[in-house]
Design a protein around this ligand. Structure first.
Ligand SMILES: Nc1ncnc2c1ncn2[C@@H]1O[C@H](COP(=O)(O)OP(=O)(O)O)[C@@H](O)[C@H]1O
Ligand SMILES: [Mg+2]
Length: 586
């Protein structure tokens, strides 16, 4: 077992053990049953040998039926115990799976947006699924089979040695050990194939999810054949990797194991036969010793390779999950992080520069102030960095240099939870949960009253739309909201953020998907809503922001101009140019 396997075990043990006294009792019971099983496995063949001996002696003992009866009972109890202990322990292991999955889920939620944009959901999902299967199998195989088998082997050796002689015991133990060592080595080798298979399998799952979630684009470009071919190629790799894994595990592990076992059995039987011929051993002894030997090796051959393979695969399957678990969040709370931002705070960006990737700076030395209760608008061409400013304020990312302040406090000193609770953001790209419209609106505010929801819906101009739907509020929005138009999604998100009643608003192109009429109505509502709340509004269409207290014109990550609408017009710069252009278009 490699060192990393130990650390995997160490991390997993608390999940199995710390589950309250009931589950702990189950665990202990299972372990006790394991030892009963070992004892029975050792006693049963002894009884059998004894019975054979009694029958073959001159005076057949009256005890024979009793001995055979005992043999039958012990054998049966042994067989039942195996199943009972499995049944008892699975509840414990499934609880461990549940807790591990939940921890992983929570952990993934603490990781940065950067991480989430970089992973493939399909790959993560299939890795989690495999880990969910691997955890119980790992403990089951190890705790109930492999470790007991090794204990049984040595106990059997001792009993055997005392009863029949240490030569036989040494032969039994060394034959078993040779077999075990071979299996361990072969399984270790076969995990290379397992790892390759896992990689290919993760890639394949990730691609399938990717392709299906781009269903519409696939249709737009009639590229089903192309997708088919790509998927086929990946599945072909998967098939090859899987076959290689199977071949190695069947031929290498089981086939080779059978060979090692066969040779041991042959040598041992030959040795016993000589003992009989030389008169050192009677027939009863021959049968008992031989039965013992074959039974021990049989149970080893039946369980050991399968279990060791399960364990090794289990560790490999857990690896990816542990890799995920060990990724630390990039955006973290400082130890002394402060809570809550007060109502309607000031916001300041001071010499902020930022790059998503090192080579390409997206914001250059941005400085501006947004006084309490005022509205600041950011305008500029697409890609100029407007949404990035919103993401930095929300602290999806930390600045590369400079700082962002809320009420004079660096956002890095504010608890993320309370920072995010105080900001209501209408993102540029709205995604919805595949739930009803109602559930999407109250998301985050499940305790909202009907009146609250009504108000939010009226605010977002959704009333007519919702009443026009046969299922009204209960209409399902489809995966990521695909069953709605862009404008409908945007307005649902608006209703949702209205319910949040935050201290700061960020509207990122809030009316980009709306028609001229709705746009005007909603712009008006936004203005009323943000009347005396600190508000950052990002827009492409300048009419939506003309009312703002201050406007920043952003170009290629730099502030080009700033001032009020009338100031900027009188400066007759880039803003004035854009304004004239947009006026003439309208
Ligand atoms: N997650 C990201 N990783 C790398 N680059 C990004 C990422 N998000 C945005 N960008 C880049 O940053 C620049 C600014 O993006 P953004 O702030 O969204 O622009 P705007 O909102 O003004 O249209 C763009 O050039 C964009 O390609
Ligand atoms: Mg944007």
């Amino acid at each position: 077992m490699s060192r990393s396997s130990w650390s995997v075990l160490k991390t997993l043990l608390p999940y199995v053990w710390n589950n309250g006294w009931r589950l702990r009792l189950r665990l202990v019971t299972a372990v006790v049953l394991v030892f009963c099983g070992i004892a029975l496995n050792i006693i049963t063949p002894l009884l059998f040998g004894y019975a054979v001996k009694s029958m073959s002696s001159q005076h057949v003992s009256v005890l024979v039926p009793l001995i055979i009866g005992g043999y039958g009972i012990f054998w049966t109890i042994g067989a039942v115990i195996v199943q009972v202990k499995d049944a008892i322990i699975f509840r414990v292991l499934e609880r461990a799976v549940r807790r591990l999955s939940l921890d992983l889920f929570d952990h993934l939620h603490t990781l940065s947006l950067k991480f989430h944009l970089s992973i493939k959901t399909g790959a993560v999902l299939s890795a989690i699924n495999r880990a969910q299967n691997a955890l119980p199998e790992l403990f089951w195989a190890m705790g109930l089979y492999v470790i007991p088998t090794v204990i049984e082997l040595f106990s059997a050796g001792i009993v055997f040695g005392r009863l029949y002689g240490w030569t036989y015991a040494a032969m039994l133990v060394s034959a078993s050990l040779a077999y075990c060592v071979y299996i361990l080595l072969a399984v270790e080798k076969s995990t290379t194939y397992q790892r390759t298979f896992n990689d290919v399998h993760n890639k394949t799952s990730a691609w399938i999810v990717e392709s299906l979630s781009n269903f519409e684009t696939v249709k737009y470009f009639s590229s089903h054949r192309y997708e088919h071919a790509l998927c086929d190629k990946l599945l072909e790799n998967r098939e090859r990797a899987a076959s290689r894994r199977w071949i190695f595990s069947f031929v290498g592990v089981y086939g080779g194991g059978g060979l090692v076992m066969g040779i041991s059995l042959f040598l041992f039987t030959l040795f016993l036969a000589y003992k009989v011929v030389w008169g050192d051993l009677d027939i009863g002894g021959f049968v008992a010793i031989h039965t013992y030997f074959t039974q021990s090796l049989d149970s080893l051959a039946n369980n050991f390779p399968y279990m060791v393979r399960k364990i090794r695969e289990g560790f490999v399957d857990m690896e990816y999950v542990f890799d995920l678990m060990s990724i630390s969040p990039e955006v973290i709370d400082r130890p002394m992080a402060l809570p809550v931002v007060k109502k309607s705070p000031t916001i300041e960006f001071r010499n902020v520069s930022f790059a998503y990737e090192e080579q390409r700076k997206v914001l250059h030395d941005i400085s501006f102030e947004l006084p309490a209760g005022q509205t600041l608008a950011i305008v500029g061409s697409t890609g100029s960095g407007k949404s990035t400013i919103a993401r930095l304020l929300f602290r999806f990312y930390d600045v590369s240099s400079g700082a962002v302040f809320i009420d004079g406090e660096d956002v890095r000193n504010i608890k993320q939870d309370s920072l995010r609770a105080s900001i209501g953001i209408l993102p540029q790209d709205v995604t919805l949960f595949d739930m009803s419209i109602y559930d999407n609106i109250v998301y985050g505010h499940q305790d909202a009253t009907e009146q609250d929801v009504e108000n939010a819906v009226r605010f977002a101009h959704l009333k007519d739309f919702i009443t026009s739907l046969p299922d009204g509020y209960q209409t399902m929005v489809g995966t990521r909201g695909l069953a709605l138009s862009g404008g409908e999604k945007q307005r649902i998100a608006l209703a949702r953020v209205f319910l949040k009643k935050p201290q700061i608003y960020i509207f990122d192109e809030p009316t980009s998907a709306l028609d001229a009429y709705t746009q005007r109505e909603i712009s008006h509502n936004l203005r009323v809503l943000s009347e005396d709340l600190t508000t950052l509004i990002i827009a492409h269409r300048l009419t939506t922001v003309a009312h703002a207290d201050r406007i920043i014109v952003l170009d290629k990550g730099k502030i080009l101009e700033q001032g009020s609408h009338s100031q900027l017009l009188s400066q007759d710069g880039y803003y004035a140019f854009l304004w004239k252009q947009q006026q003439s278009e309208a």
